[in-house]
Design a protein. Sequence first.
Length: 485
Amino acid sequence: MRPGNHTIDEERQGEAVGPRSGNKGGRKLYLESYGCQMNFSDSEIVASILADAGYATTKEEGEADLILLNTCSIRDNAEQRIRHRLQHLKRGKRNNPKLKVGILGCMAERLRDQLLEEEKLVDLVVGPDAYRDLPRLVDEVEGGQKAVNTLLSREETYAEIQPVRLDDKGVTGFISIMRGCDNMCSFCVVPFTRGRERSRDPQSIVSEAHDLFAKGYREVTLLGQNVDSYKWNVDVKGQVKDPEQPIVRFAQLMDLVSDVNPDLRVRFSTSHPKDMTDEVLEVMARKDNLCKYIHLPVQSGHSDVLKRMNRGYTREWYKNRIAAIRRIMPDCAISTDVIAGFCGETLEEHEATLSLMNEVRYEMAYMFKYSERPRTLAERKFEDDVPEEEKGRRLSEIISVQKGHSMERTAAQCGKIYRILVEGPSKKNKEEYQGRNTYNTVVVFSRTDEQPGQYAYVRTTDHTAATLRGESVEEAVAVKEGFVA
Ligand code: SAH
Ligand code: SF4
Ligand code: F3S
């Protein structure tokens, strides 16, 4: 869910997070997150819950009393990565026999106590809806027992928990607006690991956005597996729950969050083609601080595959949604997710994906080989019959088509002035800054007086498939010549 062109694997490598602890006497927590942004956001809730129980986060693995891995199950290789990491942790445990190791997140939920049997060094297994129970579970573990809680909930949204912000840049923050997923796409493990869909109280979302703005953040990304089905004050049958209160759907929520401050940029992820409404697009078009970027995963360009995937839309419906975006916001950037070699995918069906990509010309795409997941509908109903090598071949074709489009898209963004939110020093060269324009394209430019968290005006002069490069210009120049907000 993060920017980055033709990434072939969405899971982020494990990232340790957390300011260095100032808590000398207390216990130390080393928290590592894998998978999607929701996991990274959940880790901030975990840090908050455990801070109340006397654990300060540390960035030094070696000084930790407790190591927690917040894990991902989306594809088999995501789980393999965690297994390798656990092998590595064995050494840490040999050096410090008091060290406790816990598994959180989707792999914890999928494998439950089986994990304790398979991975002897694991002391603690906690699923995504059970984090409030962590202080008790950690107590048990400290007492020398093993502890597991993988109960899923229909209500838990951690609404009132103030996340401990673990990203020390302090410019862009994430807010979970809902949890779980009810869609049951046939390839996907998420409904099993995250449980039923539930939306979070809009007031708590807006107040979290206010809080982030007050702390100096200038961008929030609203997170959900299907943000378009966000709803508040409506029951399952679509009836109003409290007639005194307004109904809040995603369009109204975006309006509310964008009103927090015109200098707070708002992004969101992920949209679902079957649920994305024109109303949402119209709100986006109306407000400059709602960034002109939509991640709209297509998965496949062939309606028969989409049917087997249980995605709830056809190729024509998807194209209609793309047309709606182009009509309402002619300049909106669009990215996607694609799966190569799903069960029974014929060459013709694969080519339909390529042709759809050629029609839409995405700014960016996350592209994957199909990986069969236990318990999913596809695992039970279909054969994973596209040979591994052929999946690889199809994936490379998809990547190569996308590379061309990404290059074309960044080329088209060259030679204009953009308002950029400065995020910090560029990854490659500390003498330069990096930020993103409204279209979510990374822009690198020479350092100026602006500080991270401020806006700069940058004229783009050069590009690769993933990045724009440019020079900053005075605001007066940007206003005179015109700029993209
Ligand atoms: N809720 C989001 C997707 C979350 S998972 C949505 O519906 O768009 C992120 C991406 O991982 C998916 O869009 C899909 O492209 C990919 N993915 C999910 N399960 C997969 C599997 N079993 N094999 C390969 N890719 C998968
Ligand atoms: Fe998985 Fe589909 Fe839900 Fe996305 S919408 S999380 S792909 S089940
Ligand atoms: Fe992975 Fe769970 Fe997210 S399976 S992609 S961490 S919801």
